[in-house]
Design a protein around this ligand. Structure first.
Ligand code: ATP
Length: 196
């Protein structure tokens, strides 16, 4: 199965663009959503996260995200440890998911690909970009977040220019209709590459 990575900075429109590919009949695996679901579902992950963060890691059986975020914010090593617990489970879940798909290719939407040198897990990578002011406005509106918070997240991510350089395809998502056309164009290019 051909696996396409779809990445981009916060608010670039990864999920929006993923939905376009879904509308073309392409199965999409959203790594962040699956990780969250597994953190709530998997007994092994639960046990390990409680060991790492304490009983407050879960509240009424559900992952206590604000608590985890506050802990990680103070101690970055905890993020590495949490990822070491969650990522292998997501990877094996993704492998099982891929086996079940019947499509010319699949897309895995992941915020982090280049940051952790995970390019080799993908056959091709699409990066979604948008002007920074648009991204900031979108995220502030969507998450009811502050300018300062969104800017600090952006400054922690790899700059778009570096992502573009490492990508096979780029979608400029400043405007939805134009972005959809680019997605359709890339979809056809991928189908052509695969059929060769
Ligand atoms: P994150 O990294 O935070 O998960 P993302 O890259 O998946 O974000 P989306 O959630 O798709 O981005 O988009 C962010 C917000 O901006 C959403 O509310 C979405 O509806 C909106 N949005 C996306 N693309 C556009 C666009 N071209 N024009 C206007 N709004 C957009």
């Amino acid at each position: 199965m051909v696996i396409i990575g779809l990445t981009g900075g916060i608010g670039s429109g990864k999920t929006t663009i993923s939905e376009y590919f879904e509308s073309f009949g392409i199965p999409v695996y959203i790594a962040d959503d699956e990780a969250k679901a597994l953190m709530n579902r998997s007994k092994v992950i639960k046990r390990k996260l409680i060991k790492l963060f304490g009983e407050s890691a879960y509240k009424k059986g559900e992952l206590n995200r604000p608590y985890l975020a506050s802990k990680i914010f103070k101690d970055k090593a905890l993020l590495t440890k949490m990822n070491a617990i969650v990522h292998p489970k997501v990877a094996s879940h993704f492998k099982r998911w891929v086996k079940k798909q019947e499509a010319p290719y699949v897309i895995k939407e992941a915020a982090i690909i280049f940051e952790n040198n995970l390019e080799s897990q993908y056959d091709y990578i699409i990066t979604v970009v948008a002007d920074e002011n648009l991204r900031i406005d979108r995220v502030m509106k969507r998450d009811d977040s502050t300018l300062k918070k969104v800017k600090s997240i952006i400054s922690n991510q790899l700059p778009d220019a570096e992502k573009i350089e490492k990508s096979d395809f780029v979608i400029i998502n400043n405007e939805l209709e134009a972005a959809k056309k680019q997605a359709a164009n890339i979809h056809h290019q991928i189908l052509q590459i695969i059929s060769k």
